[in-house]
Design a protein around this ligand. Structure first.
Ligand code: EPU
Length: 423
């Protein structure tokens, strides 16, 4: 298992180019099951979850051709599509479940394993009840045998009005994809409005789908018979972007971050300004300078889009460890997303957890130590802490990081971090 060895503290200066969004690319790739004609997708991030999704599509009968150093793919159908999505491919990645709906929509049958992914919800796991209940409303029938969902429908799925009881990014994406070639009109209420959902809709509409927003959290999908050839560029990764913005703020750094529309992360940039960062934005560039003294934030609360994203809370926790006083973070999306707090304590952080609230004493001088990543964003937090720590930090289990950050060590080295990968 690879490890990162980081010698700190480092000041990060220079330019960073943000990669394509993993969480936008995954549902877009899953939706290619609906197509008979070839699809070209550009700006794919070269991360493990994307490879896993491409392998999954290949196992289902898609032909994948790579261009432009694997950042661009052309996906087309072979003559023999399959309907079996195996445990060996889904066990590492939550988004694998997104092939279930399109397989049933297109071929009216599927055998799909329950998915894996980061453990963020304690004993509750990562449920898919919202996905399954909503797909049933479209006419999918299923039974569960030996960890697999055996699903089928009598012909096409049929459009319905569906109100999600709570907001889920994945369930919203899954239902949008599954309704595109269904019979009639589907109206979804309680839809997630994350930019990755918007990117999926833009992609599907670019191929002739008929999806529109009919309210703040409501989407109408009028079923079409088939989708056209299309070529689409995936949006930049807002979490990678946010991670580098935190890195600049944390290290008194000075970064020019390119390849991303700053308007999409207004909330995060406002929060960083509150901590003292100086930020200028132009079109698809962010220029960010870290302050001499980081200011605390009283109560940072994770929320659905528009609010502060759960996927950046671990990185902000590191920043708040170095702030000028006590801060807190309340996690509202996942139940157990503080595993990194224990590891940060090994580097000297003073954090106490009470249910979904973490209280972070500031003024920490991190001292390098050996730490272990527990999930994707936790690994980013530990790397950031290592960069600002005095001495050597060794971060193990970086396979978590490789799932979602494209060559993070190369990007960090270029801007002055002393980080190397040990195999
Ligand atoms: N939930 C249910 N039942 C369901 C689905 C979700 O109870 O059927 C609960 C979840 O357990 C959670 C909440 O609803 O408590 C929200 O989960 P959501 O479905 O919105 O999350 P997701 O679709 O599984 C995506 C991202 C996550 C990101 C969340 C929240 C992808 C592949 N994953 O997950 O990203 O944290 O939305 O924004 O898009 C990451 O990239 O590190 C990551 C974990």
């Amino acid at each position: 298992m690879d490890k990162f060895v980081i010698k700190g503290p480092c000041v990060l200066k220079g330019q960073v180019l943000i990669s394509g969004s993993k969480n936008a690319a995954l549902p877009i790739l899953a939706s290619t099951i609906l197509f008979d004609k070839p699809v070209v997708i550009k700006n794919l991030p070269r991360v493990r979850d994307i490879n896993t999704m491409l392998n999954l599509l290949r196992s289902l009968g898609s032909k994948i051709e790579f261009f432009d150093n694997r950042k661009k793919v052309r996906i087309s159908k072979t003559k023999k599509p399959k309907h079996f999505a195996s445990y060996s491919l889904l066990k590492t990645m939550r988004a694998g479940i997104l092939v279930l709906g399109p397989l049933v929509a297109k071929y009216h049958k599927s055998i799909t394993s329950f998915p894996g992914g980061c453990v963020l919800n304690g004993n509750s796991g990562r449920p898919i009840d919202l996905h399954l209940k909503a797909l049933q409303k479209l006419g999918m029938k299923y039974e569960i045998k030996k960890g697999y969902i055996y699903a089928k429908s009598k012909g096409k799925l049929r459009g319905k009005n569906i109100k999600f009881p709570s907001i889920s990014v994945g369930a919203s994406q899954h239902l949008i994809i599954s309704s595109v070639i269904s019979d009639g009109t589907t109206t979804l209420q309680g839809v997630a409005t994350e930019p990755e959902v918007v990117d999926l809709i833009n992609f599907l509409n670019s191929a002739g789908a008929n999806i529109k927003w009919v309210g703040k959290r409501a989407c109408q999908i009028v079923g079409v018979n088939s989708l056209n050839e299309t070529s689409y560029t995936i949006m930049g990764d807002r979490i990678e972007n946010g991670t580098f913005c935190v890195a600049a703020t944390l290290t008194k750094g000075n970064l020019l971050i390119k390849g991303f529309d700053p308007k999409i992360i207004k909330t995060e940039l406002e929060l960083l300004k509150k901590t003292g960062a100086k930020i200028k934005t132009i079109k698809d560039e962010i220029h960010i300078k870290g302050p001499q003294k980081i200011k605390k934030i009283n109560n940072l609360v994770t929320k659905e889009y528009g609010g502060f994203p759960t996927d950046l809370a671990p990185q902000f926790m590191v920043l708040l460890c170095k702030a000028n006083g006590r801060s807190s973070i309340t996690e509202n999306i996942f139940k157990s997303r503080f595993m990194h707090a224990m590891e940060l304590q090994r580097l000297g952080a003073k954090i106490s957890i009470n249910n979904s609230k973490a209280t972070i004493e500031g003024n920490t001088n991190f001292i390098g130590a050996e730490v272990m990543s527990s999930d994707l964003r936790a690994s980013a937090a530990l790397i950031l802490a290592g960069i600002s720590a005095k001495g050597t930090t060794v971060v193990s289990r970086v396979y978590h990081c490789d799932r979602g950050y494209e060559k993070i060590e190369n990007k960090l080295k270029k801007i002055g971090a002393k980080i190397k990968r040990l195999n």
